[in-house]
Design a protein around this ligand. Structure first.
Ligand code: NAP
Length: 250
C-alpha cells in the first residue's frame, strides 16, 4: 500500500470520536470527522473536523470526489437513519468503500420490564397505559411526539434545549452522559419517575438508566432502532473498523 489514505468518519457518537482519535495517530492516514452541527457545544474529535450537512446524497457524493476520499466510515448514531442512507447511496455512486460502525443494541435482562415500540409516536400512544411520571431521554428532536399528553408529568433530559412543542407538565434537564447508576437512581427517586422512555441507542455511556429502572421496578418504553442500510457491511467495534481499513489496497 502506498500514499496517504483519506478517511471520512461520519460522526456524532462516542465511537466516532474514539475512531478519530485512533486514526489521528495512524501512519499514512488523514482523517476528517463530519458532524451535523446539531449540538451547540459539541465534544470535538481529534483531527480535522467539518460541520454541517452535505446537501443530500448528491452533495455527499460530490464531496467524496472533491476531497479524494478513499474510505467512509458511517459511525453516526443508530437512529440517524437519513445520513446513513445518504452515505450508502453516495458511496455506491462514486465507488468509495463504506463501512457502518454500530454499537450493539441493548437487550433486556432478567427483571427488566421493557415495552418495545417501533417509533416515538408509538411510545406516546402506549405511555398513558404504562405510567404517569415519565423520564424522557429520547433526545431533543421528536419530543413533540409527547406534547399532547396533558395528564402525564415529564422530566425531559436533553443536551440542548428542545425547540419543538413540549408536554404541558414538564421539567427540563440539560445534561449529557456518561451517567452513573447512583446518579440515575437519585434522579428517578427524586422525581417520582414511574416510567422511562428511551431509544435503543446501545452503549455504556447512557445505559445506567436501564439498570436503575430495573432496580426500582420501573418499566421502560424502548424505541427499537431502524435497520442499517441494506448491503453495507456493519461492524460493532472500533478495532473492527481499524482492521477493515488495514485490509487491502485503498
Ligand atoms: P439524520 O436525521 O440521519 O440526518 C439529517 C441530515 O443531517 C442529513 O441528511 C445530513 O444533512 C445531516 N447530517 C446528519 N449527520 C451528519 C454528519 N455526521 N455529518 C454531516 N451531516 C450530517 O441525523 P440526526 O438523527 O439528526 O443526527 C444528527 C447527528 O447527531 C448525527 O451525526 C448523529 O450521529 C448524531 N446523533 C443523533 C442522535 C439521534 O438520536 N438521532 C443521537 C445522538 C447523536 P445533508 O442531507 O444536508 O447532508
Amino acid at each position: 500500500m502506498s500514499g496517504r489514505r483519506r478517511v471520512l468518519v461520519l460522526g456524532g457518537t462516542t465511537e466516532a470520536r474514539e475512531l478519530a482519535r485512533r486514526l489521528a495517530t495512524a501512519p499514512e492516514v488523514d482523517v476528517t470527522s463530519s458532524l451535523a452541527g446539531r449540538v451547540r457545544d459539541p465534544v470535538l474529535p481529534e483531527g480535522e473536523v467539518r460541520v454541517g450537512g452535505f446537501g443530500g446524497e448528491a452533495g455527499l457524493a460530490r464531496w467524496l470526489i472533491e476531497q479524494s476520499i478513499h474510505r467512509v466510515i458511517d459511525a453516526t448514531h443508530p437512529f440517524a437513519a437519513t445520513i446513513s442512507s445518504h452515505a450508502a447511496q453516495a458511496a455506491a455512486q462514486v465507488h468509495v468503500p463504506l463501512l457502518v460502525l454500530r454499537r450493539p443494541a441493548w437487550v433486556p435482562g432478567v427483571g427488566d420490564r421493557w415495552h418495545a415500540v417501533g417509533s416515538l409516536q408509538q411510545a406516546a400512544r402506549i405511555l398513558p397505559r404504562v405510567g404517569r411520571r415519565v423520564l424522557l431521554t429520547t433526545g431533543r428532536q421528536g419530543v413533540d411526539a409527547f406534547a399532547h399528553l396533558d395528564d402525564l408529568a415529564f422530566v425531559v433530559r436533553t443536551v440542548d434545549p428542545p425547540d419543538v412543542p413540549l408536554p404541558r407538565q414538564h421539567t427540563l434537564l440539560f445534561d449529557r452522559g456518561p451517567y452513573t447508576l447512583d446518579g440515575e437512581l437519585g434522579l428517578m427517586v427524586r422525581h417520582g419517575i414511574d416510567v422511562v422512555v428511551t431509544k435503543n441507542s446501545g452503549g455504556q455511556a447512557t445505559a445506567a438508566k436501564l439498570e436503575a429502572a430495573q432496580r426500582l421496578g420501573i418499566p421502560v418504553v424502548m424505541v427499537s432502532r431502524p435497520a442499517p442500510p441494506e448491503g453495507v457491511p456493519v461492524v460493532d467495534t472500533v478495532e473492527d473498523v481499524l482492521s477493515w481499513l488495514d485490509r487491502g489496497p485503498v
